[in-house]
Design a protein around this ligand. Structure first.
Ligand code: SF4
Length: 200
């Protein structure tokens, strides 16, 4: 009998729609904040990685493209990619760049000129002149440009990693994955400590 698919197995469609909407109106980038906060909230409240295991549309997308559509070489990722120093180093770099993006947003709220570009891989400035952001304050639009840059950059990195290695190799060093894993680890240690307290 064919296994009934669960609704969350189709969340990859949401990821595709999200990336596509950004081309039509950059303000849709704000929706990505949900993908940023949900894994953290689940990790903090439940102490598990249910988001990664079930609800991450991006992870599903790589699985689909690399696994089902055979776009992946399906080679094991290099060891350094899995190492702690690389994963936490990349997380630190990623969060620093995220902070720079937030600062740029703050400056625009303070009156600086908005920069209507999407920055790919933190270096390449892609003009996004067609974006009509007149309905919101410039600071709100600046955040959308910055956040979409983050989302597009991580998707491109994930896509290249998928091509070169196994379909979900991006998950090995994905900053969200590293953060949620760290939170789960801290939570499980706390639970263990509490258990020890009650058992001793
Ligand atoms: S590690 Fe990142 S890309 Fe992979 S499933 Fe988790 S949040 Fe999604």
């Amino acid at each position: 009998m064919k296994k009934q698919r669960k609704w969350y197995e189709y969340l990859w469609i949401v990821s595709v729609i999200y990336l596509t909407l950004g081309f039509f109106n950059i303000l849709f980038a704000w929706l990505g904040v949900i993908c940023f906060l949900t894994p953290l909230l689940i990790a903090v409240s439940k102490g598990n990685k249910a988001y990664c295991n079930r609800y991450c549309g991006r992870g599903q997308l790589f699985e689909l493209l690399g696994g089902n559509l055979l776009l992946s070489r399906k080679k094991a990722p290099p060891k350094f990619l899995k190492s702690k120093w690389f994963r936490y180093g990349f997380l630190a770099f990623f969060m620093t760049m995220f902070g720079v993006m937030l600062y740029a947003t703050y400056l625009v709220f303070q009156g600086a000129n908005i920069s209507k570009v999407v920055t790919l891989l933190w270096v390449f400035k892609l003009p996004w002149h067609w974006a009509n952001t007149s309905m919101v304050p410039d600071g709100v639009a600046q955040f959308a440009f910055g956040f979409y840059s983050v989302m597009l950059t991580s998707t491109v990195l994930g896509f290249v990693t998928m091509l070169l290695f196994k379909p979900r190799s991006w998950c090995v060093y994905c900053p969200m994955g590293t953060m949620t894993q760290g939170i789960c680890l801290i939570k499980s240690k706390k639970i263990d400590k509490n258990k020890d307290k009650y058992l001793s």
